[in-house]
Design a protein around this ligand. Structure first.
Ligand code: ATP
Length: 234
């Protein structure tokens, strides 16, 4: 297991949102977390990224306890988050945004990481001198994922990477996630677009009201009548 979350409780001030969440991600797996608006998906990823402090429970990453580490220490450990709002530096260009993602890395490794990101997303190489805030939504999402890859993650967490994108761009972003896994990086992805997410996932969890209520392989959940009714609109 690369990531193991046990009995995680977290929320905002006195408002507990996650009530004892359990999940794990295996080495080289793509795992998705699906659920309705407000179920606690973003809160889960924020707790994993060290943006929120858990009030109880444990987060083990490659055998190390992450629960008490700061966000930057968690990035350095290899667990890297791509937030839903992408948090790009709009007035910086593509190459500068990517270099920002490598702030935890030795300077000498930056060129190699850039080449890998440009292999994954050729459009970023073509647009390397373009300001981030002038790119399309799909290109910005690729840049946000590329910037996270610059930190040389062992596991990526992605919050709704396809939200707001036209279907063909959403498809491209999810295909890139599969390609990232091929490079040996494990992935935990939160998606509204449950059908496409389950299609690329080895396993998936369904979250309701801050707890996991179902888990299975991507294929099993695509066939599960509860998932089909509630999340796939079938
Ligand atoms: P969505 O798809 O809408 O983003 P989600 O499953 O990611 O849904 P969360 O964003 O984790 O859900 O939100 C879970 C609950 O926490 C919601 O009831 C939300 O209103 C509440 N919440 C989220 N952010 C805050 C905050 N900063 N302060 C207080 N409550 C919050």
């Amino acid at each position: 297991m690369i990531l193991t979350v046990n009995d995680l409780h977290a929320g905002y001030r006195k408002l507990e949102i996650l009530h004892g969440l359990n999940l794990h991600v295996g080495e080289g797996e793509i795992v998705s977390l699906i659920g309705a608006n407000g179920a606690g998906k973003t809160t889960t990823l924020r707790a994993l990224a060290g943006i929120l402090s858990p009030s109880k429970g444990s987060i083990q990453f490659e055998g190390r306890d992450m629960g008490s580490l700061r966000a930057d220490q968690i990035v350095k450990a290899g667990l890297v988050h791509v937030p839903q709002d992408r948090a790009l530096f709009g007035n910086l260009n593509v190459a500068e945004n990517l270099e920002m993602g490598a702030y935890t890395q030795p300077h000498a490794s930056i060129k190699g990481s850039l080449d890998e990101v440009f292999d994954l997303f050729p459009i970023l190489a073509e647009r390397r001198a373009q300001r981030a805030d002038t790119m399309s939504g799909g290109q910005q999402q690729m840049l946000a994922i590329g910037r996270a890859m610059m930190a040389r993650p062992r596991c990526l967490t992605l919050d709704e990477p396809s939200v707001g994108l036209a279907p063909n761009l959403a498809h491209q972003v999810l295909a890139a996630i599969s390609a990232i896994r091929e490079t040996g990086v494990s992935v935990l992805v939160v998606e509204q677009n449950a059908k496409q997410a389950l299609g690329i996932s080895d396993r998936a969890y369904v979250i309701e009201n801050g707890s996991i209520v179902l888990e299975g392989t991507g294929g099993d959940l695509l066939e599960d009548s509860r998932v089909r009714d509630a999340y796939l609109g079938l």
